[in-house]
Design a protein around this ligand. Structure first.
Ligand code: NAP
Ligand code: MG
Length: 506
């Protein structure tokens, strides 16, 4: 359902408008600089396809400049050694305070750039991003090592003090996607900086803006020049970062295809990598669930952020007894959910991020219909007034077959497949029958069944009677081809530190 008064948008704030009016540059070694080749690219608002800003396009040479700046700063020790750990934490906390003071600006930028609902941007993306900096500010002065009792067999009677130091990895390249631009930057930048690394961040070409504002605030706090470098650009810039011999680690979130490329590119200097890739997450409704709650949860698991979530609950398995009721409930939600521009106060579903994504999802919709699946709601790109942007209808497919591409492949759009089951064992086999293993959902009132199911699911996160819950303190990452390494929580410290063992003869 289209929102009422489609053109009644929240006014763009003055601060945001003047930010958009600038032609943005790259942040390298503490200075905002033009791209080496002087190129820029346009930033599009996917709600109306209009150009809203211009950004410098960094390429290989710019990546090289940024890595050199990060290398110099890291090797000087200014960030991880000369500035004390508590001061480091305080600076990260100050950054969080500045972000909080600009939260409405961030939310508007995110909505205009990505298309997402301003309410979601403000309440989820921006707040969770601020939480990341607060949470990891607190780790900066708690990254201690240990002392280890030893007995070396070939030096009988000799004694040693053996201790470990937890040190930063060094220069970290971070490549992020467009679905949660600020939040994905925060997931990566906050722990990396807290651990004392220097960063080169490469945002997605579709959504470069919020990272630029983040860079401006990092400058305002006064982090040492070269601690945080920002190179906006396209895939070639990401590839240059992944292959760079002076980069010690690459953290990547995006498609599984590019994930393979990152692994190959890392081989040159065996840099550490962590990958957060795609998903085709199963969401399971047992007949003994609170069905109304489960239906709402299942709808939000797929429609949240227009379905552009790596952990979207895109395969819904429903126990036969409650199947019809569930399909009807989902269809009602799909029909009534309000579609509109992200900047409309009533919008629940915005446009997809880009023309490419719009084509991709539209192709999945037609392939689903062609393969014989039934769209009980949606099934098409939006028409009429909404054809001004990249809108597609929230869609629920039934009567699917396991080998249909809408069932097997990550769509990254508001497209759900609903599959009935009778035998729980068989359903669990289907659930796990995918290359991916990012997340899963379970809906039941039976506590034992809930935990047993959670144990059987091959996924990095399992939500029981909820979906899409995140906290800076809780780890997130994939099993199988959804990637490796865990972001957030104490687990992410493993990604951004390395352990040195020091022996002292005493
Ligand atoms: P993508 O190509 O994997 O992009 C992710 C990031 O990697 C972007 O910053 C991208 O830059 C960069 N990149 C592209 N090619 C690269 C290369 N060869 N080496 C290093 N970095 C490179 O994802 P996409 O094209 O935006 O989206 C395609 C599909 O990926 C989606 O439909 C969805 O299925 C999946 N996806 C998953 C996630 C997730 O969170 N797991 C997020 C986004 C997309 P450019 O933006 O300039 O290309
Ligand atoms: Mg955009």
């Amino acid at each position: 359902m289209i929102v009422d008064n489609l053109t009644d948008l929240i006014p763009v704030r003055d601060e945001v408008q003047s930010f958009l009016n600038k032609t943005h540059r790259l942040l390298i070694g503490g200075n905002w600089v033009e791209a080496a080749e002087g190129e820029t690219f346009e930033v599009i608002n996917p709600a109306d396809k209009k150009v809203i800003s211009h950004v410098a396009r960094g390429r290989k040479e710019d990546v090289q400049r940024a890595v050199a700046a990060a290398r110099k700063t890291f090797d000087s020790g200014v960030w991880h050694r000369k500035i004390g750990p508590r001061t480091r934490g305080k600076m990260i906390w100050q950054l969080a305070d500045l972000m909080e003071s600009r939260a409405d600006d961030f939310a508007q930028l995110e909505s205009l750039d990505n298309g997402k609902s301003i309410k979601v941007a403000r309440g989820a993306d921006v707040q969770l991003a601020i939480d990341m900096f607060r949470h990891f500010a607190g780790y900066a002065d708690k990254l201690g090592g240990e002392t280890i009792p030893t007995e070396v067999p070939y030096t009988p009677g000799a004694r040693y003090l053996n201790y470990t130091l937890r040190e930063p990895v060094g220069v970290v390249g971070q490549i992020i996607p467009w679905n949660f631009p600020l939040l994905m930057a925060a997931w990566k930048v906050a722990p990396a900086l807290a651990c004392g690394n220097c960063v080169v961040l490469k945002p997605a070409e579709q959504t470069p803006l919020s990272a630029i504002l983040l860079g401006e605030l990092i400058q305002e706090v006064g982090f040492p020049a070269g601690t945080f470098n920002l190179v906006n650009g396209f895939g070639d810039a990401g590839a240059a970062l992944a292959a760079h011999m002076e980069v010690d680690k690459v953290a990547f979130t995006g498609s599984t295809e590019v994930g393979y490329e990152i692994v190959k590119a890392s081989a040159g200097n065996l840099k550490r990598i962590s990958l957060e890739l795609g998903g085709k997450s199963p969401n399971i409704i047992y007949a003994d669930a609170d069905i109304e709650g489960a239906i709402k949860g299942a709808a939000s698991a797929i429609f949240f952020n227009q379905g552009q979530c790596c952990c979207a609950g895109s395969r819904l398995f429903v126990e036969r007894d409650v199947y019809d009721q569930t399909v009807e409930g989902l269809s009602n939600i799909g029909k009534n959910i309000r579609i509109g521009p992200g900047m409309h106060p009533k919008t629940e579903i915005g446009p997809l991020v880009s023309e490419e994504q719009f084509r991709r999802v539209s192709n999945f919709l037609s392939s689903g219909r062609k393969d014989g699946a039934k769209a009980v709601v949606g099934g098409n790109p939006c028409s009429g007034d909404l054809s001004q942007g990249y809108f597609v209808e929230p869609t629920v497919f039934t009567e699917t077959k396991p080998d249909m591409s809408i069932v097997c492949e990550e769509i990254f759009g508001p497209v759900l497949t609903v599959i009935p089951f009778q035998d729980p064992e068989e359903m669990l086999k289907w659930s796990n029958d995918t290359q991916y293993g990012l997340a899963a959902g379970v809906w039941t009132k039976d506590v034992s069944k809930a935990h047993r199911t959670a144990e059987m699911l091959k996924a990095g996160t399992v939500w029981i009677n909820c979906y899409n819950m995140f906290d800076a303190a809780s780890p997130f990452g994939g099993y199988k081809q959804s990637g490796y390494g865990r972001e957030m929580g104490k687990h992410v410290l493993e990604l951004y530190t390395q352990v040195k063992s020091v022996w002292v003869g005493i």
